[in-house]
Design a protein around this ligand. Sequence first.
Ligand code: UGA
Length: 412
Amino acid sequence: MPSLEDELFPSTPGKFKIDRANTMNRQFHRCFASTSTIRYFTASWGGIQWEKQIRHSAQIHRSNGMSVLVTGAAGFVGSHVSLALKKRGDGVVGIDNFNNYYDPSLKRARKYLLNNQGIFIVEGDINDARLIAKLFDTVAFTHVMNLAAQAGVRYAMENPHSYVHSNIAGLVTLLEACKSANPQPSVVWASSSSVYGLNEKVPFSETDRTDQPASLYAATKKAGEEITHTYNHIYGLSITGLRFFTVYGPWGRPDMAYFSFTRNILQGKPITVYRGKDRADLARDFTFIDDIVKGCVGSLDTSGKSTGSGGKKRGPAPYRIFNLGNTSPVTVPTLVSILERHLKVKAKRKFVDMPGNGDVPFTHANISLAQRELGYKPTTDLATGLKKFVKWYLSYYGYNHGKRCKLDLFIY
Ligand SMILES: O=C(O)[C@H]1O[C@H](OP(=O)(O)OP(=O)(O)OC[C@H]2O[C@@H](n3ccc(=O)[nH]c3=O)[C@H](O)[C@@H]2O)[C@H](O)[C@@H](O)[C@@H]1O
């Protein structure tokens, strides 16, 4: 029988001790920032004690291990990847700005779990060049896993500047630090399936055109692919960009459809199901978090070295882009039916024509390149993955046999 921690963080085989009482005592407040202003929390950093914690967290506990700076470490993918790396003995230091795009208490809960495993998360923004430089002064990171980003396709119409802030300006600040670091780290970062935009050729291959983004979000991710290319070309940074396909699972993002549908279904509220042209169902190549974690770790393991020093390229370095999908698209109405089955509650569907807000009708990944180069092989179908998500959701938000439990807020 799987342990509680395996259920909470299924991507991390083995035993982590988790304080059950504390991780359960949490209430959900809101989905994401209701105004167009994202709050970026600033925190103080530096000092002997702080540096000691960073070094301790970055310590490697296996031969040929790596020390990885994970940005967005309190985020969905970031927290899972950090734990998986730590678990196998790599050194991990996290950074996260804990913004309020969605309920920050969920990010705090993830941080709490990571802290319990000896992972230190710096509260700060990747736009803070002094902070990033300080981190590189303190630790010679072998790898950077950049998962800090402004996510969400439709929110880009509400708050376009937050996408430029994190996905472009923040990325450049981070790459500047990487290029100047000695030794330079290898960089793996999160792009998105949304770069395929209006591409109609299926399944989507890495060589397909990506010059027709349908949202500003997609445009900033595509810009990231071009920006990282220049750092590879000029400075010799080893770069791997991962095009994630609608990642879902336990500890996921409340702004995503599977998560908000679950909440509404349980609360007896209607859910809005978008439909495409001629009332066609929309479909996504939903990919389970454990599979994504394997793809991220495989990318770090095969990244190859950066070749620059003193800010100068000394030879060609790897530049790679991979699809990380499931190769098995599922329609949104089917997603809803699976949730109904797992929740044992009927959804109140409201069908609406897809608004022109950046959505694309379908995604479908060709993963043969990742399979060949990374040994990437997704193993979780949507029904199985959603079952794990629902189980986590019910325990995290304190549902008990259909009834909402009254729980205290957890104070960190
Ligand atoms: O893979 C990706 O590239 C992207 O996947 C997701 O974006 P999306 O696929 O739009 O995921 P959801 O927001 O969860 O939407 C899933 C599907 O549900 C539909 N949907 C969404 C919300 C809603 O209220 N109703 C509804 O039918 C959407 O149109 C879409 O077809 C993430 O939110 C992005 O951050 C990520 O980069």
